[in-house]
Design a protein around this ligand. Structure first.
Ligand SMILES: CC(C)(COP(=O)(O)OP(=O)(O)OC[C@H]1O[C@@H](n2cnc3c(N)ncnc32)[C@H](O)[C@@H]1OP(=O)(O)O)[C@@H](O)C(=O)NCCC(=O)NCCS
Length: 191
């Protein structure tokens, strides 16, 4: 297999109030807060038991994803004070098929203000417009209404239920498949 080229994680504006940028060790407080969440460690490699070493290893894994070409991991940062609030990532495993997937989470203290939609919208536009990726995909659990609303606000279309799609913790879980194509950029939601 030919190794994928290393990726430069760009700095992207997400509306006026947020920027997306590469991870650094200054983001460890965010990893610590995410570690204490019930769900985030189940669907990501955020450690469920936080230590400085585990936090640093998480940040190093994000650098590795970029350096090995497997995806673009972004920190969502508030412009006003530089505070890191969450993560959004564009994962390229199926890029050869013209499909990439996205994932996102926010620290508990940053939720309830629609911030994930702003971050997701910025990455989706960049992926469709600048990277010219034909199809973006998201997998969301049926109970996760906040995430479904986030996807829909950005212009993702709900396609169907994938039964027993993914192992989450101890269980197989159903996932709703969402997609977004270039044509969806002109929907009012895509802004
Ligand atoms: C999903 C997540 C990123 C959304 O964060 P957020 O930007 O703070 O989202 P908000 O709380 O502002 O909610 C977004 C929308 O969902 C609605 N919503 C949130 N919780 C809801 C609920 N329980 N029932 C109905 N609607 C709900 C909000 O009213 C808002 O609606 P609007 O778009 O009409 O204004 C955040 O909840 C999170 O990090 N969860 C844990 C990790 C996760 O689930 N990641 C996604 C995996 S697919």
């Amino acid at each position: 297999m030919v190794a994928a080229a290393p990726l430069d994680v760009p700095r992207l504006a997400a509306g006026d109030r947020f920027v997306l940028r590469a991870w650094d060790f200054g983001d460890l407080p965010l990893v610590r807060e995410a570690s204490s969440d019930d769900y985030i460690p189940l669907i990501t490699t955020v450690p469920s038991a936080y230590s400085e070493a585990a936090g640093e290893a998480f940040v190093q894994r994000q650098w590795e994803r970029a350096s090995t070409g497997s995806g673009y991991p972004f920190v969502i940062v508030r412009v006003e004070d530089g505070r890191p609030l969450g993560m959004v990532g564009l994962w390229l495993r199926d890029q050869g098929e013209g499909r990439t997937s996205l994932g996102y989470w926010l620290a508990g203290s940053a939720r309830g203000q629609g911030i994930a939609a702003e971050a997701l919208r910025a990455v989706a536009r960049w992926a469709l417009d600048d990277l010219q990726i034909p199809r973006l995909q998201l997998h969301v659990e049926p109970w996760n209404v906040a995430s479904q609303r986030t996807a829909e606000r950005v212009g993702f279309q709900r396609e169907g239920l994938l039964r027993s799609w993914q192992q989450v913790g101890e269980e197989r879980r159903d996932m709703i498949m969402y997609s977004m194509l270039g044509v969806d950029l002109s929907s009012p939601a895509a802004g």
